[in-house]
Design a protein around this ligand. Structure first.
Ligand SMILES: Cc1cc2nc3c(=O)[nH]c(=O)nc-3n(C[C@H](O)[C@H](O)[C@H](O)COP(=O)(O)O)c2cc1C
Length: 491
């Protein structure tokens, strides 16, 4: 009995102490909130005002689980992300009952089914397409779907490792992005596209100029198949890459030639390139030094600029042309970029791709200059649209991030990515198990190819590269769709 009374007394005292401590804490927080000057809501509502910040932070995550409809979120909605997830699982990717897509939205592509599609024994397997036929070492690219540039720095070591191994397994290329080449890019043995950004990380001298010896050393890796000179990427045209200092570890600093913790800022353009002629000179130089195909990556602002490029090529002769042009849409992703550039600068790939393909074909360079397209092309219908519009290859960055487990937390610039993809914090990287994730990367790529083939067969052709503009109709604002070859007649 005495023991029970003692326990009760103890609990009562503990309760009073806890309540007292909480009350004291509330008073302290109340006073702090009233005295601080930078947050008007907390100054006026010292208690409930605090919850506003917490709820806005949490709302960003909870909306995607509880409130957003399947086709509602941006940049990628749940239906798009879930498709990649199921593809990565390597299981069946069928859905039931009917489409949740509103096909009356202006710009929606609708594929034209054939009355008599090919049957199984009429299907063809896509063959490799050669890039840089005139080079010492041309590249025979096996897959029309590949991994777009993401630098080691913007993404983590295990992410690069999983992409490298997955790319090898699926027979696709992996673009290094502008951060130079790391042992992790090479370890899977996949085909590599080495990107030369405006800071020339990995192939620069102390002054930031191109160092031919380093270039030769990179080209000496057999699996480095091509070089891509980056003029711009869709998310930040006219602005160089930004690698926040928090993500510059000792290893990344060494690969890039920076000091630990220093922001990795690339110039807005290649300093030695003032015009298209200069660019063609740079391309010719890199091709000469490396013997491998050299292309460019850019975003289209206006048709005239690309017209000028093809005129310059025509003037100098087809040999001077880049071996490929990667067109990135204004809707493209990034590790970090200013919001006005992400939101408002550069044409969408949906508009830019047919324009560039037509200009290339008009210049008679269809078989000389390959076109690579990117910009939210992550599901089979997007890739089939791009091939029909004129792309020879399609690449994605964020599609492969989803295959690695990205949940679109929008924290790529903060070193706190909860899935370990865009962080160098070992605590978060623990979640990204390379042994599991490379299989998902490979399965995603293989399922894309399989379902683009399904679309190709449905429209009546034997393989994806036979897709043409006449096979796609584009929804207009009057509720009627128009064949893409009427909107963009092939020159
Ligand atoms: C985390 C991240 C890092 C990126 N790093 C680079 C880069 O180093 N160089 C580059 O040209 N583009 C970079 N990009 C852009 C992608 O390569 C791609 O052009 C763009 O995201 C469009 O493709 P997507 O919409 O399929 O992601 C990056 C994108 C992301 C999301």
């Amino acid at each position: 009995m005495g023991f029970a009374m003692d326990t009760l007394n103890f609990l009562a005292v503990a309760f009073v102490v806890v309540i007292g401590a909480l009350a004291a804490l509330a008073v302290v927080l109340f006073v702090i909130a009233r005295l601080q000057t930078h947050d008007a809501i907390r100054r006026n509502y010292p208690v409930i005002g605090r919850f506003r910040h917490v709820f806005s932070e949490l709302g960003e995550f909870f909306r995607q689980y509880f409130f957003a409809m399947d086709r509602e979120e941006l940049p990628f909605n749940r239906a798009q992300r879930e498709w990649v997830k199921r593809a990565g699982d390597g299981k069946g990717n069928t859905v039931a009952f009917g489409s949740t897509r509103n096909i009356n939205v202006v710009g929606t592509p609708i594929f034209v089914n054939a009355a008599f599609p090919p049957i199984d024994n009429q299907f063809a397997k896509g063959t490799a397409l050669t890039i840089g036929t005139g080079c010492k070492t041309p590249f025979h690219a096996g897959s029309f779907f590949n991994i777009s540039g993401m630098s080691y720095g913007a993404i983590s070591k295990p992410a690069v490792q999983a992409l490298s191994r997955g790319a090898k397994d699926a027979g696709i290329w992996l673009n290094t992005g502008e951060g130079g080449i790391s042992p992790f890019h090479l370890e899977g043995g996949a085909d590599i596209v080495f990107q030369i950004g405006t800071a020339k990380f990995g192939v620069r001298d102390d002054q930031g100029n191109l160092d031919d010896n380093k270039l030769r050393a990179v080209a000496a890796h057999e699996t480095v198949r091509m070089f891509e000179v980056k003029l711009a990427q869709g998310a930040k045209p006219g602005k160089g890459g930004i690698l926040p200092g928090a993500k510059v570890t000792a290893e990344i600093a060494q690969i890039r030639g920076l000091s630990v913790g220093q922001d990795g800022i690339s110039p807005n353009r290649h300093r030695e390139v003032d015009n298209w002629d200069d660019l063609l000179n740079l391309i010719a130089h890199i091709r000469e030094v490396t013997g491998k195909p050299v292309g460019i990556k850019t975003v289209v602002g206006a048709e005239e600029a690309i017209e000028d490029l093809f005129q310059t090529i025509t003037h100098r002769g087809a040999d001077a042309a880049p071996d490929f042009i990667t067109i990135d849409g204004g809707e493209g992703g990034t590790g970090a970029a200013p919001m006005p550039l992400i939101d408002l600068v550069g044409m969408s790939i949906r508009e830019a791709l047919p324009i560039v393909a037509d200009l290339r074909d008009k210049a008679g360079l269809k078989d000389r200059v390959r076109i690579v397209a990117s910009g939210k092309l992550v599901n089979p219908g997007d890739i089939a649209w791009a091939l029909a519009a004129g792309a020879d290859f399609v690449t994605t960055a964020r599609g492969f991030m989803f295959s690695l487990g990205c949940i679109q937390a929008l924290k790529c610039n903060k070193n706190t990515c909860p899935t370990g993809i865009t962080t160098h914090d070992p605590r978060f990287q623990k979640g990204l198990v390379v042994e599991d994730k490379w299989k998902r990367v490979s399965a995603y790529a293989q399922n894309i190819v399989k379902e683009v083939e399904t679309i190709a067969h449905s429209v009546g052709v034997t393989e994806p590269r036979a897709l043409r503009r006449k096979h796609v109709r584009i929804m207009q604002d009057n509720g009627r769709s128009v064949p893409m070859d009427k909107l963009y007649p092939t020159p």
